[in-house]
Design a protein around this ligand. Structure first.
Ligand SMILES: [Mg+2]
Length: 309
């Protein structure tokens, strides 16, 4: 498969600054005055009834589970807590997710995994979008039919962009400057809705950070501020509402914890949804950052900070 477009010279610090630049397009939220530091999630067992876990940097790093993460999930289940994965993942098929976590040693059921791809798919299944003709940024071999029936692939052989009703940014795998230019020209010629299946700006890959669909969308918005762009996934409310809807019983939002490694997606989104928030510092994007300075610069204050789950 073609490598994703790497953000040349773009490190985690670049991503942090870019999130700050696009902050007005992200949800707003209220935060605690200060964070409480804990040694692990076990100290928070009595504080919450349900835990929503980000994936990369919390449960796993690449193909490896974070040390202690599988035991933590088992212990939470034994204590009667509900657990769920809430991940901005849009490239792979929905059906493949339980197996992915099973290979990492976790036992999440399909109902316990909410991906941004699923949240987008639910919206696309409703009229009038279900009947639209779409152009999709995605590798053409990954079960596109599970989310839309009428589509062409941007950059594909028969990809006429002038006649489609809208655009879906699902994945930047295989994406290049030629695709970006074609998309930009098509939207300048005739603006149409753009749906973003993964609002993340970057993702860690071997060899550096890749630019993700969120980055492409924000570049378009910089150039065409009036463009109709909808984001599906953290930090936006649609992802959190789907996760909260799946919880059993009447769990109050302030008894639900969003556990994540990024301030601008996990913690901001969790707080905006009215949930408690737990920042994990040792395995994700803020590894090596001065956490206190990052929190204070972003003005995104987690309720709790733990080194690892
Ligand atoms: Mg993460």
């Amino acid at each position: 498969m073609t490598q994703p477009m790497l953000a040349a010279a773009a490190g985690p610090q670049w991503a942090f600054e870019r999130y700050q630049e696009v902050r007005s397009r992200l949800p707003s939220a209220r935060f605690a005055a200060n964070s409480e530091h804990c040694s692990s999630l076990f100290e928070l067992m009595d504080r919450f009834d349900a835990f929503l876990f980000d994936s990369f940097g919390v449960l796993n790093v690449g193909d490896m589970p974070v040390p202690g993460a599988t035991a933590c999930i088992e212990a939470l289940r034994r204590a009667g807590k509900q657990v769920m994965v809430l991940t901005n993942a849009a490239t792979g098929s929905i059906a493949s997710l339980p197996n992915k976590y099973s290979q990492l040693g976790f036992d999440f059921t399909s109902n316990e995994i909410v991906s941004s791809r699923q949240v987008l798919a639910m919206s696309l299944a409703q009229p009038p979008l279900v009947d639209w003709q779409w152009a999709i940024a995605a590798p053409g071999n990954v079960a596109i039919e599970e989310i839309v029936k009428n589509y062409s692939i941007v950059g594909g052989r028969d990809a006429g962009l002038s006649d489609v009703d809208g655009f879906i940014l699902l994945s930047t795998s295989g994406w290049n400057e030629g695709h970006a230019t074609a998309l930009r020209h098509a939207l300048r010629e005739r603006p149409r809705p753009v749906l973003v299946g993964n609002p993340d700006l970057v993702a860690p890959r071997e060899g550096g950070l890749s630019l993700e669909p969120g980055s492409i969308a924000h570049q378009l918005l910089d150039e065409m501020p009036g463009l109709d762009v909808s984001f599906f996934g953290k930090p936006f409310g649609n992802a959190f509402e789907e996760a909260l809807r799946r919880l059993l019983g009447n769990v109050c939002r302030d008894r639900v914890a969003m556990v994540g490694d990024t301030l601008h997606t996990d913690i901001l989104g969790g707080a905006a949804a009215g949930c408690g928030t737990v920042l994990v510092t040792d395995w994700g994007v803020l590894k090596g950052f001065d956490i206190g300075e990052a929190v204070s610069r972003a003005g995104i204050v987690p309720d709790f900070i733990v080194p690892s789950i």
